[in-house]
Design a protein around this ligand. Sequence first.
Ligand code: GLC
Length: 644
Amino acid sequence: MIRRYDFGSPIHTGAVVRELPVENAAVPFFATEVKDSQVRFTIHMDADDLVFGLGESLRGINKRGHLYRAWNSDDFSHTENKASIYASHNLLLFSGKEKLFGVYFDDPGAMEFDLGYTRGDTAVITSENGDLSVYIIEADSLTAICKEFRGLIGRSYLPPKWAFGYIQSRWGYSSDPEVRNVVKEHRDRHIPLDGVCMDIDYMVDYKDFSWNKEAFPDLKQLCTDMKEENIRLIPIIDAGVKQLEGYDTCDVGLEKDYFVKKADGKPFVGAVWPGRSYFPDFLREDVRTWFGGEYSKLMDEGIEGFWNDMNEPALFYSEESIAEAFAVADKLRNENLDIHSAFALKDAFNGTANNMEDYRRFYHEVDGQTIRHDKIHNLYGAYMTRAAAEGFRRYDSSKRFLLFSRASFVGAHRYGGVWQGDNSSWWSHIKLNLQMLPSLNMCGFLYSGADLGGFSCNTTEDLMLRWLQLGVFSPLMRNHSADHTREQEVYRFANWEDMRDILTVRYGLLPYLYSEFMKAALSDGMYFRPLAFDYPTDDVACRVEDQVMLGSDCMIAPVYEQNARGRHVYLPEDMLMVRFRSATDYDLTPMEAGHYWIELALNEMPLFIRRGHVVPLAKPAEYVEGIDFTDLRLLGWLDEGVTT
Ligand code: GLC
């Protein structure tokens, strides 16, 4: 059962697809306070209450005990103290002896979630603008609540099958020979591969929908040759459009008035990779139709997938904020800088990026209304995703295109997937990325995954290998890294054969993983679930933070510590452990419910299959198209014994 309660004048976000009547009564479970146009929802939490949700956000699977802020932010340092990253997925699930319900705050502006941070026994959720719809979702289990919620927000995006293959990416690939070489290095060593991402360096001066004709003299031929090798190229598109006369996307955008504007009616100018840029008003349908159509410039060359980036939107500075910073610098130029002024100088420039003042400087047209950006900030990336997806559908409605975005809001899950943003090559981020996956699934984002190996900082060969072992299970399996970091394509490492063998596990399990993904997508289910969803009466399982359920039959428990040669695992029921070294080299151990220390050498990864269930395993292949979905072995622990 879902009930809706409105506050202020809710702005249509597009998150919800089922129109529900507005209740007259007070919101149940919460004490509600409206003050200075903010709305605050307060609830007492018992000692044993668990809190799940918030989709892509930092910290654990159980969100209790910290402070989160819904404010899509370009932040490449995912440390524990951060309250916001790239997405706002305002769903919470409360579960305890006296409580079981979900609540979705459909609010496109800033929200604060104090989930026992200020007071351990109290959750306080604040809508800073006070214009929102609140949905209370009740059902008899956490899984059922999520299913109800997913019915409210609509069916998840379906990527093409090839997008479940391994994808190699790196900020820096900048020419046809370089891309071909990456593919060759994989194919020569029989390292499976289905896609190569093209980061910003394929463009001319970071202009969206352009490509460097010297570096890529015949993009169409490259796409054709790659497709013959079962490889797709996946270019990046950024939200900001370079300010430049003679650049058609910019010229048309200006002529048709498609960019967001300041109060004085002039287009807002903010800087991203290309320097000064304009920002399409994706909230407008005509702008989405135009921008979504621009992707065809690349699709005409044979491109079948894209990633949308910098769409929080990220702003390095605006004309105004940089002018203010220079004014501070001019004032301090000949001063003897002390503790205050030295920091003031630094802050003046650091503060120009993603500056709150800038987000108040421009406006959108939403259903004929002019709305200041900060009131709907969290929708921007979602509507860019929507623009692209609708463009793809118009281009060829018979085909599934790959699309994943950095920024998102609930609703974007119907149009594309997400990647988990700019993580770092830190061991703690394997665990963090694992913890995000079930929460993303609760909000409908099924096609997702992290930058394997880590984006910023330098990876190591053991970290890369362990991260791939988690990546085997995430629908988006992409190795991506930042410019100037250690090169981390599998073939760069001495232990590349171990990495290749782990990749064969992905392709061996792919028929199962793909089928579980499709089941989850088509039945509003979850591909990844916290253990608490499957074993709600098992107090130990409910608090497990480093193992997650996968599909109807499995549990995963990756190793995420350096130098570890194993890990502790809790089995809530009898399970068969498959200890994989490759898709053809594995051993099977039936294990009764309980606590275990499991030995796992660096090249070994476990999969746990529930007793009485079977998981199919295909023969290894080097690309998705090459997998024989009919020639499968079944792994399982059945009454008759263990099947291999
Ligand atoms: C952003 C993206 C990252 C990309 C980089 C350059 O930081 O999150 O994935 O490599 O921009 O385009």
